[in-house]
Design a protein around this ligand. Structure first.
Ligand SMILES: N[C@@H](CCC(=O)N[C@@H](CS)C(=O)NCC(=O)O)C(=O)O
Length: 222
């Protein structure tokens, strides 16, 4: 059985999850592969105990423990591994150029959103509302308006998903959909992207990372 190491936490305002691990959780769900979750304490990502460093040399999540191939780390690498190992349904387009486009968009999702501006919104949400730095959160939203959102708005125009069919390129945007659902950021300037994020939220796999899904009801509990 695959084991996905992540941080997921129940808070009065919803279930909060690691964005990078959420990318992997939705792909496990899309593939229908059985897995269980190992929920680490969020504080351990900063303390970096030996037990975690032994699995991931940077002490980050996610990492995936497999029976056949040992530990695989980094969400992008894990998702490509899952698509190689469990080919149905395929989550990469056919052909060298479409795969390059998929990887560019996936990487853009990681760099502009998950590493770039989204943590400025997401990290404060792990604290109580009164302890949040609202101006830092607004800086994150403004960063998204300036860089990530205009590019995705163009890329998604006329398409249902970034590579037409749902693919690995959409995985980081599942996490974006999750964070912006909690934050409630106004996306009226970016109507194509707003509709795209709603389409992602309507997929069955989104239930596994939805802030409305309690930890008790979360996939990967068995
Ligand atoms: N490139 C890595 C990034 C992983 C990452 O930064 N994960 C965050 C949680 S969402 C983390 O572990 N942060 C702690 C740290 O940066 O040391 C991936 O895609 O898996």
């Amino acid at each position: 059985m695959l084991v996905l190491a992540t941080t997921e936490r129940e808070y009065p305002w919803g279930t909060l999850r690691s964005t990078n691990a959420s990318k992997v959780k939705v792909i496990l769900e899309e593939k229908g592969v059985p897995y269980t979750m190992e929920r680490l304490r969020p504080g351990d990502l900063w303390k970096k105990p030996e037990s975690i460093l032994a699995k991931h040399p940077l002490g980050k999540v996610p990492y995936l423990e497999t029976e056949e191939d040992g530990v695989i780390h980094d969400s992008t690498v894990i998702n490509e591994y899952l698509d190689d190992k469990y080919p149905a349904p395929p989550l990469r387009p056919q052909g060298v150029s479409p795969v390059a486009r998929m990887r560019m968009l996936e990487n853009f999702g990681d760099e502009a959103f998950l590493v770039g501006d989204l943590p400025k919104i997401w990290m404060p949400i792990w604290s109580k509302p009164e302890d949040r730095n609202e101006s830092a959160m607004e800086e994150g939203r403004q960063g998204l308006r300036n860089r990530g959102l205009p590019y995705i708005e163009k890329q998604i125009e006329g398409r249902e998903y970034l590579c037409d069919d749902f693919s690995l390129a959409d995985a980081p945007f599942m996490a974006v959909a999750m964070v912006l659902e909690v934050d409630g950021m106004d996306l009226s300037q970016f109507p194509n992207t707003a509709a795209y994020l709603d389409r992602l939220r309507a997929r069955d796999s989104y239930q596994s990372i939805s802030p409305k899904t309690s930890l008790d009801d979360s996939a990967g509990n068995n």
